[in-house]
Design a protein around this ligand. Structure first.
Ligand SMILES: [Zn+2]
Length: 530
């Protein structure tokens, strides 16, 4: 193998490009400034829904939701007939039960929900004999077994609740009170959002003293998202300054910025952006006036007609298999949503005969029904689209910025696409066709998916929103465009539009591995799907 340099991936949750620039210009982010000065910045498009679990899965695996299977902050599990909640808020966590939500976000997200058929970068690197390190990051699945940690207040409660399984993670794995691959003198504060950057910095700084302990390190700095949710995205400069100081602590432990960059290539990026929230909508409550909507702790899910999964500025809605006349319900539901001022885009899949694709509850979660096309409705019109291979009768209307061919039918302006011309680019909804397609065809996608209008956010199942602050989740550019700074790293290709799914390839390529997870798996002989 023998990659010359280590690689450090810094993930600053919700960092906006304009706020990064402001922090640098005001002299409040000297370490990030050094990366920008010696490296180069690109614009990168987030996942859809643009929320952290979906984004982290894309960053770690290099594939979108149709292949990694994580569909939101909250989604409905058709086989288990229950909601999965990764912690939209403390109140939402409590509504589903602290134990259940913690179990979902720590164990199930990685060991159960994340597709076993895709590889994380931690797994790819381990198979090539390289060592990875990771501070708390939602997707950490790796090849090394870690027992539940020995310290921390959470441990007593966790054990009492029967929460005691080992996890499989990277070789060096720091996950607050729960897991630690080695004893570190760092105060774990996993349970207190807004105070986690310091823990990440402390764990990374401890590793800096032992350079052989890792080849790749993922340094997560999540506090910026918490602060921006609370105080609004315009208040981001302060929390970015804090993130910079925490990265600086790692840099200083490694001998200062020159020595650090001598030994590390660096990727500095965010998972999604944030935008102001002025109004809130509770789909759970509103739709319950017309249909039986499954509540968080219903004992008898078989009585419900609809499941509603708010995921910040997007939502998945499920027409349950036991509901009578599902096709009519689906039609009424999408009409109701489309007429709601909070919903900007209402999307679903339809079959060749024009009927909506409705998933069944049982069996494999893999989506197998042949969808004819996706439909997306906005106040001013409707657009139908599908992939087009280029064969006879399958000629693309145009190509997106990544060269994929699409066949459109209807009004392209619905997704901000040009009315004429072969290039399907949208400033309003960047990479909108591919992102919407992967969100709709993902196994746990709702039967209807909505992206909210500017200023709106869904109330979560705990009854809270970030009204007066900031949020993200929609298909819109302001939620979705993030900075991607590469320093000491030369990409093999320069796509016209970068995506979060490119990052895993950058990591693998840096170490001489095939950028694609499936190809990396084949090389390592792990039997990845072809
Ligand atoms: Zn957030």
């Amino acid at each position: 193998m023998g990659a010359a340099r280590k690689l450090c991936l810094i993930m600053v949750d919700a960092m906006r490009a304009d706020m990064l620039r402001a922090a640098v210009e005001q002299g409040k982010a000297p370490h990030f400034a050094a990366l920008l000065e010696r490296g180069s910045e690109r614009e990168c498009v987030s996942a859809f829904p643009s929320v952290t679990p979906v984004c982290c899965a894309e960053i770690a695996t290099g594939v979108a939701a149709d292949r990694h299977w994580i569909s939101g902050m909250n989604w409905y599990h058709r086989v288990e007939q229950r909601y999965v909640e990764y912690g939209s808020s403390f109140e939402a966590t409590r509504a589903f039960g602290l134990f259940r939500s913690t179990y979902d976000v720590v164990y199930n997200l990685n060991m159960g929900h994340l597709s076993p058929e895709v590889e994380t970068v931690f797994e790819s690197l381990a198979d090539a004999g390289l060592r990875s390190a990771c501070t708390p990051f939602l997707i950490f699945r790796g090849r090394t077994r870690h027992d539940l940690g020995l310290d921390g207040l959470l441990r007593a409660g966790a054990l009492a609740a029967g929460f005691k399984h080992a996890a499989w993670g990277p070789e060096e794995f720091f996950y607050g009170e729960l897991f630690s691959s080695r004893p570190v003198d760092c105060k774990a504060t996993l349970a207190r959002p807004g105070t986690r950057d310091e823990y990440s910095a402390c764990a990374a700084a401890e590793l800096a003293g032992e350079p052989d302990s890792y080849d790749f390190i993922l340094l997560s700095l999540p506090d910026n998202d918490f602060h921006a949710h609370r105080f609004g995205p315009d208040a981001m400069v302060g929390s970015l300054a804090h993130a910079d100081r925490c990265f600086g602590r790692f840099v200083e432990a490694a001998g200062g910025i020159d020595a650090f960059l001598e030994r590390h290539a660096v990727i500095l990026m965010a998972d999604h952006a944030q935008t102001e929230v002025e109004r809130e909508v509770s789909f759970g409550e509103e739709l319950a006036s017309r249909w039986e909507v499954l509540g968080p702790s219903w004992e008898r899910p078989e009585l419900a007609e609809l499941a509603v999964s708010p995921t910040s500025r997007a939502a998945n809605l499920y027409v349950l298999p036991q509901a009578p006349d599902r096709e009519r319900l689906h039609a009424e539901l999408r009409d109701e949503l489309a007429s709601h001022e909070a919903c900007e885009l209402v999307a679903w899949l339809e079959r060749p005969d024009g009927a909506p694709c409705l998933r069944e509850g049982a069996g494999s979660p893999v989506y197998e029904e042949p969808a004819a096309r996706a439909v997306v409705r906005r106040a001013d019109g409707e657009l139908r689209f599908r992939h087009a291979g280029g064969g006879e009768g399958d000629e693309p209307t145009g190509y997106d910025l990544r060269g994929a061919g699409w066949r459109l039918d209807g009004d392209p302006a619905v997704l901000g696409l040009p009315a004429a011309g072969r290039e399907l680019a949208s400033a309003e909804y960047p990479d909108g066709l591919a992102r919407l397609w992967s969100a709709l065809t993902a196994p746990h996608a709702g039967d209807v998916v909505v992206s909210l209008a500017p200023g709106w956010e869904c109330v979560d199942w705990g009854g809270t929103s970030h009204q007066g602050g900031g949020s993200h989740g929609s298909l819109r550019a302001e939620d979705s465009l993030v900075p991607l700074v590469l320093c000491g790293l030369e990409p093999e290709a320069e796509p016209r539009q970068w995506r979060l799914t490119d990052v895993a390839g950058l990591v693998r390529s840096h170490f001489g591995l095939a950028p694609d997870a499936a190809a990396a798996g084949e090389r390592a002989g792990t039997g990845a799907r072809t």
